[in-house]
Design a binder for this molecule. Structure first.
Ligand code: ADP
Length: 293
């Protein structure tokens, strides 16, 4: 599987430029698209799943062109949008059965098998008779993934997968996606939550104001913050000044004040102890050091 995005741009009516020339190569496995709110992630996802036409540039999926071969590409796609709504009267089973029928599986026996297996796979078989609308947030996301997977897609696009989930559900959902990523399919995960990327994706891109500002592996991004992640011991009286001087990652109470984790080229007049950077450090450092415009 190979998705090749070239010079993709999107300017909305009214003049907002959401994408300003995006180039990306996406292969099989999990690909993370990370960026702050407003970076253009949803716009890019919506173009990739053919819900919207770009104002410039091109997307190729293997040998197919997104503009010219929309129908073929659509049949390869599974999409889980940010907000997924279920019909109020359908149970979990009925909903998935309905989607499966839409996907073209007409024969009842085969459908029963497919729906049952899929519900097992996403861990929802035991709640199959519950109204889909009444499932917990995490279960709804998993049912969303089930509907995206049912047509055996080659590309799965997931927008902000863990927003609003509690930590346990978040981990469960990430693991489910990671399992999918073992197969020969491309999973594109868009998120503003660094943790969604670090634990699951081998490849990633960082989007900022419609531009790709980093592409590579999460480890490659972390390397950019090496020697720039610090721990500063601060007294109560110093805390505010430190917070206005550096991008702060975390503030932890210590014996005689605070231990503040910051990212910076140096810590100025505060003695800083270098720490091992993680993706959160790297993301914050990178975003802080983007030119204003
Ligand atoms: P993200 O998903 O990273 O938060 P979006 O793609 O939603 O980013 O938005 C990128 C930019 O495009 C933002 O400035 C947003 O306000 C603008 N935008 C998004 N959708 C529309 C729309 N339908 N019409 C006009 N502007 C839009």
């Amino acid at each position: 599987m190979n998705i090749s995005v070239e010079g993709l741009s999107m300017t909305y009516k009214g003049g907002t430029t959401a994408l300003a020339g995006v180039d990306l190569e996406i292969g099989s496995g999990m690909f993370g698209l990370l960026g702050p709110n407003g970076a253009g992630k949803t716009t890019l996802m919506r173009i990739l799943v053919t819900l919207m036409k770009p104002t410039g540039g091109s997307v190729r999926v293997n040998d197919l062109d997104l503009q010219k071969n929309r129908r073929e590409i659509r049949s390869m796609l599974g999409y889980l949008p940010q907000e997924f709504r279920f019909f109020s009267k359908l149970t979990t089973w009925e909903f998935l059965d309905y989607v499966t029928r839409l996907a073209g599986l007409k024969e009842a026996k085969k459908r029963t098998k497919a729906v049952g297996e899929m519900l097992e796979q996403v861990g929802l078989y035991d709640v199959r008779d519950r109204l889909a609308n009444k499932l917990s947030g995490g279960m709804k996301r998993r049912l969303g993934i089930a509907q995206a997977l049912i047509g055996e897609p080659k590309i799965i696009v997931v927008d902000e997968p863990t927003t609003g989930l509690d930590p346990e559900e978040r981990i469960r959902f990430r693991n489910l996606l990671a399992d999918m990523g073992q197969k020969d399919i491309a999973i594109i995960l868009s998120t503003h939550i660094v943790g969604d990327i670090s634990s699951t994706c081998h490849n990633m891109a960082l989007l900022d104001r419609g531009r790709v500002v980093f592409r590579g592996s999460p480890d490659g991004l972390i390397e950019k913050a090496r020697g720039r992640a610090w721990k500063i011991r601060a007294l109560d009286s110093e805390l505010e000044e430190i917070k206005t001087t550096f991008p702060v990652i975390s503030t932890v109470p210590a014996d005689d004040g605070w231990e503040v984790h910051v990212v910076a080229d140096d810590t100025g007049r505060w003695p800083g102890e270098e720490v091992e950077p993680d993706l959160e450090h790297a993301y914050v450092y990178f975003m802080e050091n983007q030119p204003e415009n």
